[in-house]
Write a protein that binds this ligand. Structure first.
Ligand code: PRX
Length: 646
């Protein structure tokens, strides 16, 4: 039995919202309409989840007639059963005549292009017709490998419009990672581009796509958008230029009448064991979960300029750059490039130039900016900002304070939002009416129900343990593609009848949640959640390597940096050149963000008797901490070697 989580952090500061923020907030207006007097009453009343979600849906999505709000057959939830609903109705079709700007796009080289809702509609219809011409049918998969350009939301919406399922792969992932995902989801068509700008250079995405698809049979056609006009190799039987094939299509396309619970997309997320999981999300519940949370947590209004500075390749971008802002009809900023290119003040320049009013980013980015110092934001007029947000990792109280002081000028509340690829939308997060404590994501949102369970499955009211969700919620994942048993085992087997998030957290005496990280071995590098096994598999795929284990060491900017312990095959010479080769190999196999900071050679790795590598012990030893009980190990002597590894 694992010990319960201990509590170390003691943060006492409280930041209350201004009266003006509270009075004008979207959530307060809804509470007034419902005669709900305060935050506590709202949280309580919303625990009647069928009433709550049915009621809020009326203002947010055009759900039409349905049988039941919720059909809950553990571990599967269906929302708005019997309804016909396609998210595109609300994200696109209802704004089709609007001249409001949907996206302000700024490329890394500096060009700015606005896309109105009307233009977006036309672009989506053209691509949807192109996909139809290629024979893509409802329920078939389209792989999308695009950077942060407007064609990425266009591609996602085009798939959704015809009822196809999109599977977006982060453009920073390598050809190999893209290949694995395309094979798993059995994509029929892929949408990519020639190359794109990142950090003053170009990234050859078409080349990577070619490499990835060389031996993939399911992909019949590749649509290529021309972003940089760099030369690319061309397979005329397979490749189609967007500017030829898509441009000539009609600007009207009927939206497929999908069932409310039909699949909208798969998004692969790294697991602790084995291959990435294809997380499934469906149309209606997801649409409601993300639109309510964006409207209430970030309080978006008609004139806001919203900037979610994540990448669309992750769930944050799917939910809060693409679908939710479009459902709410707001204007979003989209920036293609690296945060500190050409200077560390690029973001602050963007905020001032485009008058961004709400900024949503990650603790990693904030830590990066703190390293460069406050003189960079201070060079720019950031007075357009009225709210800030954070997601992806626990935000350290001091990073929170820096964000509050130098970016928000001590007048913007910081919305620290806890959620996951699996949850689809925010789950634990403040509202504009919530008092904040730096480092806490505060309380579960209305309509959500979270708790901390100890290892025995007993609720812990004031202390640490496993974060669980007690009731289903609309944006809840609908399973793992092709792996129902893994779905059950990963989320529903640890404790009876509740969802295990796999995170550890504590709840304080006011009921505030403090997230303490993953309970397993997933690494968090520069805001990205990466499974250790993927990195280890990449190492082992090198001809010199027999076995490998990776751990994360705390890193002031990236969150964690990766240390790899490697056992080489017999006869292989150990030297620095090989270390460098292995680091580069990982970068090529799965992407630069997971390139290990250090590679150390060992002759053995601590393992359980059943042969499982004990990363927790490796990490403790590497950090000079207490390693604890070694009696479960098959080879305790291997621990000593970790400490001396070179
Ligand atoms: O460990 C939690 C951490 O990120 C995990 C989810 O990662 P992913 O599926 O990639 O989605 C990231 C964007 C939603 C969680 O299990 N996490 C996310 N947000 C927070 C967080 N940890 C602490 N505080 C947060 N606000």
């Amino acid at each position: 039995m694992k010990k319960d989580v201990e509590v170390y952090l003691k943060e006492k500061r409280i930041f209350s919202p201004s009266k003006e923020l509270v009075e004008n907030s979207n959530v307060k207006k809804w509470m007034d309409k419902q005669n709900i007097k305060d935050y506590d009453a709202l949280l309580k009343k919303s625990q009647d989840i069928e009433w709550f979600w049915g009621e809020v849906a009326k203002d947010l999505i055009s759900i039409g007639d349905y049988e039941k709000v919720l059909d809950w057959k553990l571990p599967y939830a269906k929302w708005f059963t019997g309804a016909k609903y396609n998210i595109v109705q609300d994200a696109l079709d209802r704004h089709k005549d609007s001249d409001k700007i949907a996206y302000i796009f700024e490329g890394e080289p500096g060009e700015v292009e606005n896309t109105t809702y009307k233009q977006l509609y036309g672009e989506v219809c053209k691509l949807a017709n192109a996909l139809k011409e290629l024979g893509v049918k409802k329920g078939e998969r389209v792989g999308i490998y695009l950077p942060m350009i407007v064609q990425l939301p266009v591609a996602m919406l085009a798939c959704a419009k015809i009822g196809a399922i999109h599977s977006v792969v982060f453009s920073g992932f390598s050809a190999k990672a893209f290949q694995d995902r395309m094979i798993d989801c059995e994509a029929k068509v892929v949408i990519t581009c020639d190359s794109f700008y990142r950090n003053g250079k170009t990234v050859p995405l078409k080349k990577q796509t070619d490499e990835a698809l060389e031996k993939v049979d399911c992909v019949e056609k590749v649509i290529v958008y021309q972003r940089t006009k760099e030369e690319v190799s061309w397979n005329k039987n397979k490749d189609l230029w967007w500017h030829d094939f898509v441009e000539k299509q009609e600007m009207e396309c009927e939206t497929e009448k999908t069932d409310a619970n039909d699949t909208l997309f798969f998004l692969y997320t790294s697991g602790t064991t084995g291959k990435p999981k294809g997380i499934i999300h469906a149309h209606a519940g997801y649409a409601l979960g993300i639109s309510l949370t964006l409207k209430w947590v970030f309080d978006l209004k008609e004139n806001d300029v919203w900037w979610c500075a994540a990448d669309i390749g992750w769930i944050t971008g799917h939910s809060y750059i693409v679908y939710a802002p479009l459902i709410l009809g707001v204007t979003s900023l989209m920036y293609e490039g690296a945060p500190v290119c050409p200077q560390p003040d690029r973001w602050w320049e963007l905020i001032a130039k485009h008058k961004v009013s709400v900024l949503y980013t990650s603790p990693t980015a904030i830590r990066l900016f703190t390293r460069y110092g406050e003189e960079y934001p201070q060079k720019h007029d950031l007075s357009s900002l009225r709210l800030l947000g954070s997601v992806g990792e626990p935000i350290n109280p001091e990073a929170w304070m820096w964000y509050y002081k130098y970016i928000g000028n001590e007048k913007c509340q910081i919305m620290d939002t806890w959620w996951q690829t699996e949850t689809g939308s925010h789950v634990i997060a403040p509202l504009p009416i919530t008092d904040l404590k730096p480092g806490s994501a505060t309380k579960p949102l209305p309509g959500f129900s979270a708790a901390i369970f100890n290892e025995k499955g007993k609720e812990v009211e004031n202390g640490g343990g496993n974060l669980v969700l007690l009731k289903p919620w609309p944006g809840m994942l609908r399973g793992i593609y092709k792996e129902p048993e893994r779905y059950q085992k990963t989320y529903w087997d640890q404790f009876k009848n509740v969802y295990s998030a796999g995170d550890i957290a504590r709840q304080d005496k006011d009921g505030y949640f403090w997230i303490q990280g993953r309970s397993d071995d997933v690494l968090s590098v520069a805001g990205h959640r990466v499974g250790n096994s993927e990195i280890e598999s990449a190492l082992v795929s090198h001809p010199s390597v027999a076995e490998a284990a990776v751990i994360g060491k705390p890193h002031p900017i990236k969150g964690e940096s990766i240390t790899a312990y490697v056992i080489v095959k017999k006869g292989i010479k150990l030297n620095d050149a090989l270390k460098e080769e292995l680091r580069n190999h990982v970068a090529e196999e799965i992407g630069k963000i997971v390139k290990p900071q250090e590679v150390l050679f060992v002759s053995d790795l601590p393992k359980t008797r059943s042969g499982k590598i004990m990363r927790r012990i490796i990490k403790a030893k590497a950090l000079g901490e207490e390693v604890g009980d070694l009696s479960t190990l098959a080879n305790p002597e291997a621990v000593e070697e970790i400490g001396n590894a070179k």
